[in-house]
Design a protein around this ligand. Sequence first.
Ligand SMILES: Nc1ncnc2c1ncn2[C@@H]1O[C@H](COP(=O)(O)OP(=O)(O)OP(=O)(O)O)[C@@H](O)[C@H]1O
Ligand SMILES: [Mg+2]
Length: 331
Amino acid sequence: MPPIASTASSSATAVIGSHPAMQQVVDIARRVARMPATVLITGESGTGKSLLAREIHAASGRSGRFVEVACGSLAEPLLESELFGHAAGAFTGATSDREGKFLLADRGTIFLDEIGTASPALQVKLLRVLQELEFEPVGSSDTHRVDARVILATNDDLAALVASGRFRADLFWRVNVITIEMPPLRQRVSDIPELASHFLARAAAQAGREVSGFSTAALGAILRHPWPGNVRELQHAVERAVFLGSSNLIEAADLPASVLAAGPAGGDLGQGESPLKQALAAPERQLIIDALERAGWRRDMAAQSLGINRTTLYKKLKRLGMDVADLHATR
Ligand SMILES: Nc1ncnc2c1ncn2[C@@H]1O[C@H](COP(=O)(O)OP(=O)(O)OP(=O)(O)O)[C@@H](O)[C@H]1O
Ligand SMILES: [Mg+2]
């Protein structure tokens, strides 16, 4: 199949993650890549929305270009002209005709990022181009047709923007056909080691340094940090450690203070536990949460799917300071 894959070992791809939530993302992306359908990618900043959009285009088999537009970056009418082009004289400074990004994306993919920031006027134009693949450049009455696959991304809650009147309901229903939700990194802790190793290898190669891995304390801190900036924050923390560090291993002290601030693991895990146990607590906790979620929060079934008996699961829950009822309530 095309280049979307989910392991670091695949050479062509960039999307790393074997957590079930990421596997599901990659699976949907792979299935929709070859369809013409509009795709909306949602998720917090840094979760990999732009990366996935590029991967969907790469796997689409479409011969044209991947054209990216940050809808929040330009004010009207520049954004409209950026998207749809303009005729000479359409506004001050428009000295000649200009092609817009939709035309550049013909037979390719147009990626409309930060769609939640689109102005009301732009939303009207987008609705039309999404419905009919037709538009007129600013200041022109010529109608253009394009064959561009549209991918949109947002870290806003579009439904909430619709409710507050800031996003058109008709546009929302038009873009909300195939929605791929990128899970935040804190909900797929088991992917962190693979991502961290990937960024480490890449940064070490760039810096021409020999760095073989993470110290147990550094890995423990990395696994405990909640990563509000998601994969981007992890990438930057690892790159910084590679560029600034001086030993063969990334040490805890090489990590940003914000990453170290998460402190030791919760529950009964304290100073008495070995560093290895502390480092393993976060992925163990995440695997148990995943199993419980899949089992509809039934402990007996979750234990069975983990290949352990119920008593062992109870002991682990206690040792890791996990309360199933609390966890269930927060999901
Ligand atoms: N699953 C992943 N595997 C490998 N690299 C990833 C993954 N997810 C994100 N990255 C990397 O993390 C960085 C941030 O990802 P990206 O820019 O796609 O996030 P985003 O969701 O588009 O963020 P924003 O909302 O701020 O635009 C990029 O350098 C990207 O290559
Ligand atoms: Mg992005």
